[in-house]
Write a protein that binds this ligand. Structure first.
Ligand code: KG4
Ligand code: ZN
Length: 346
């Protein structure tokens, strides 16, 4: 039984919650990222228009040991292991957790479990100090939420999606047009040359007082638009540009309309961040930059390489967990999905 948590040496972090296998080494004392490796499975899944869990799991089983080899020369300096335990796909999370347990056992060092969304929130701090309190807008493939972050152990969900996530809706729209996976970057690129006023889309929950997100209705509106044009086979390039632009505009209007209310309410919080895969979208960033300027807040965005899933963010988060440990720090139980709703703590 390991009782003492390390305050020096290197931390090995592992991320395998979805379709990215990633490992990182971070210096515990200085928080400096020493090594960061990632193998993405986008090409393999793009044939299916989305992530196939069993295939993802098999690819992790090959990629993770390969990545671990690049850390072997550092092994004697590794004093702790951190691994994503959820939310994510259970079969892929298990691959990472098994590796974490094995390394911890062989090296006789502690292994700690990290919440994937806390990891995304910490992606902002991979190369800088934490800045709390902060409102974190998490827009990924699995989640869409606004979190009020006071510190590593105090993160409250203020709003969440009632159905699809932002990233997921981009993926589905791309799939409907017969394009690849992940859909986010494809739709963003198409939208940049499209006419966003050609296909007026319904802005979700526009007339509702609810501070929540919903993207499935919008996705259906896109489906109907494609059907009206004769199906995906009949779409011209211009149609695709205009559909992508009209869809993206509605997503942004929806996000801004709801998050504006939160930003206005949280007067004492001056810092706002956008994290997660869809946080790479430049049109979304620009819209939030304007919103923050309007309300006298500072917007923080994540380096593009750290927006999508990666182990560096898991390592950075784990270092604060080591510094401010809670009772369940050694819990490595895989928790694939939990209904996360407004008012809950992360
Ligand atoms: O954070 P992430 O790597 O994985 C999850 O934790 O889910 O996010 C992946 C998601 C995918 O749905 C992808 O389509 C979306 O992020 N994404 C984008 C963009 N780049 C990635 N969505 C919109 N615009 C983008 N530029
Ligand atoms: Zn993620």
């Amino acid at each position: 039984m390991i009782e003492k948590l390390p305050d020096s040496g290197l931390l090995l972090s592992i991320e395998s919650s979805c379709d990215d296998s990633s490992l990182a080494l971070t210096d515990i004392d200085s928080k400096k990222l020493i090594l960061h490796k990632k193998i993405s499975q986008e090409i393999e899944h793009s044939h299916y228009g989305g992530v196939v869990p069993e295939l993802a799991s098999r690819l992790h089983a090959v990629a993770l040991p390969k990545l671990l080899e690049s850390t072997l020369s550092y092994m004697k300096d590794i004093t702790a292991v951190a691994v994503t335990t959820g939310p994510g796909l259970s079969v892929t999370l298990n691959e990472g957790v098994m590796m974490a347990k094995t390394v911890a056992k062989l090296q006789n060092i502690p292994a700690i479990g990290v919440h994937h969304l806390k990891g995304h929130i910490y992606s902002l701090f991979i190369e800088k100090d934490t800045k709390f309190p902060m409102l974190s807008i998490v827009i990924s493939g699995g989640h869409t939420m606004v979190v009020k972050v006071k510190n590593i152990n105090s993160m409250e969900i203020l709003a969440t999606t009632m159905d699809d996530s932002v990233g997921e809706s981009f993926d589905k729209v791309a799939k409907m047009m017969g394009l690849g996976y992940p859909g986010g970057p494809i739709i963003e690129a198409l939208a940049s040359k499209g006419d966003a006023s050609r296909f007026p889309m319904p802005v979700p929950l526009r007339n509702s007082p609810l501070i929540a997100f919903s993207l499935s209705g919008l996705k259906n509106a896109v489906r109907l638009t494609i059907e009206k044009l004769g199906g995906k086979e009949q779409l011209t390039e211009q149609d695709m540009h205009d559909i992508a632009a009209s869809f993206q505009k509605a997503v942004i209007e929806h996000l801004i309309q709801k998050i504006k209310k939160i930003v206005a309410n949280e007067k004492e919080i001056k810092d706002v961040s956008i994290v997660g895969g869809a946080g790479a979208n430049l049109a979304i960033r620009e819209a939030f930059e304007n919103l923050c300027n309007q309300y006298g807040k500072r917007l923080h965005t994540v380096k593009l390489e750290y927006c999508s899933d990666n182990a560096a963010m898991i390592g950075r988060c784990a270092i604060d967990m080591l510094k401010y440990p809670t009772e369940d720090i050694f819990n490595l139980k895989v928790t694939p999905s939990k209904k996360l709703s407004s008012g809950m703590k992360l």
